[in-house]
Design a protein around this ligand. Structure first.
Ligand code: ADP
Ligand code: MG
Length: 314
């Protein structure tokens, strides 16, 4: 019997980090990434795909800024929806067969503290002069080593609002692309209606939530490094292979995984297996074909068995 597998593809699967990849390059990268995905589907697994969109949103923001005098700039949640559609379409073409893309909204709390202190950098680097101009329009900008970047809130994803549609398509035999870029962030107004917000949602945390919502047994986070590493960038880096959620949580708490990159992947893996998932794998995209069967990547397993044993001996 096949597994239900949620695969989260890093933005690096599709463009250079600065977003400079041409449409042709992005199409080619997705076609290449879909090779092992097709392998998993043909092996009998039910697959749901999600993906990052950082570089693509960065490009849209830049177009909005340059064209602002001619066409009114659209809000960030619209940019998120646009990238779900374009990347989703590339996946549909590359994968073929019964595949569908769901424009997906993710619920966040309007009172999330992230809104009061936006820290997630998006888009490209600009000069201070340009940054100040956009600050006057109400945006938050910060200085980084390489220049100024816009920062926005990255609130906690609370619920994948369109998970029902994903489940229905899965039941009908579709491979589904959903919650791209973490989902389009929406908040619930006092009257119960929903509206988009200027925020971005971490795609790995959203992937963990979607994986639970569709009853996935396995979460695979495909990125550009083969493992989560203890002592990353230091003199004695140690790649993590098989590990229990308990052990990984200790390393996470000790600060081994950088915020905004490996940190959310580790957090997503922990949340997934703690919430009932059987296995979370953080691995390189090129090792995706072996993620289920091989011994590749950082493989996070729940504590359940150990916990039961401990409980028995107490
Ligand atoms: P993605 O686009 O796949 O989400 P990210 O750039 O967000 O990729 O995260 C992957 C990056 O995390 C790696 O390229 C690596 O530079 C960085 N990283 C930070 N800390 C670690 C760590 N402890 N182990 C491995 N990689 C790490
Ligand atoms: Mg990332």
């Amino acid at each position: 019997m096949g597994e239900r597998v949620l695969i989260a593809l890093g933005g690096n699967a599709m463009t250079a980090p600065d977003g400079s990849a041409s449409p042709e390059d992005q199409r080619a990268a997705i076609e290449q990434a879909m090779g092992p995905v097709r392998g998993l589907i043909e092996a009998g697994h039910r697959v749901v795909l999600t993906h990052g969109n950082g570089p693509q949103v960065g490009n849209l923001l830049l177009k909005n800024q340059i064209a602002a005098d001619v066409v009114p700039p659209v809000p960030l949640d619209w940019c998120g929806a646009q990238t779900q559609a374009t990347i989703g379409t590339l996946v549909l073409n590359a994968l073929g067969g019964r595949t569908a893309t769901v424009v997906t909204r993710t619920l966040v709390d309007a009172a999330d503290p992230a809104f009061a202190d936006p820290v997630k950098p998006i888009g490209r680097y600009f000069t201070e002069q340009e940054a100040r101009r956009f600050e006057k329009l109400g945006q938050s900008w910060r200085r980084f080593e390489r220049g100024w970047r816009r920062v926005v809130a990255s609130p906690e994803p609370l619920e994948i609002l369109d998970a029902d549609a994903v489940r229905a398509l899965m039941a009908a035999g579709f491979t589904v692309v959903a919650a791209g870029g973490g989902g389009v962030p929406v908040v619930r107004r006092a009257d119960g209606s929903l509206t988009g917000v200027e925020a971005v949602i971490d795609k790995d945390l959203a992937a963990a939530l979607l994986a639970r919502a569709v009853g996935a047994t396995t979460l695979i986070i495909a990125t550009d490094v083969p493992n989560a590493v203890v002592g990353y960038g230091g003199p004695d880096p140690r790649p993590i292979g098989r590990i229990s959620a308990g052990e990984l949580r200790v390393l996470h708490a000790a600060g081994h995984f950088a915020g905004g990159s490996m940190g959310p992947k580790v957090e997503a893996a922990l949340r997934f297996v703690s919430g009932g998932g059987s296995l979370a794998v953080i691995t390189a995209l090129r090792d995706l074909a072996e993620a289920l069967t091989g011994n590749v990547g950082t493989r996070v397993e729940p504590l359940a068995k150990e916990a039961e044993n401990h409980a028995g001996s107490d």
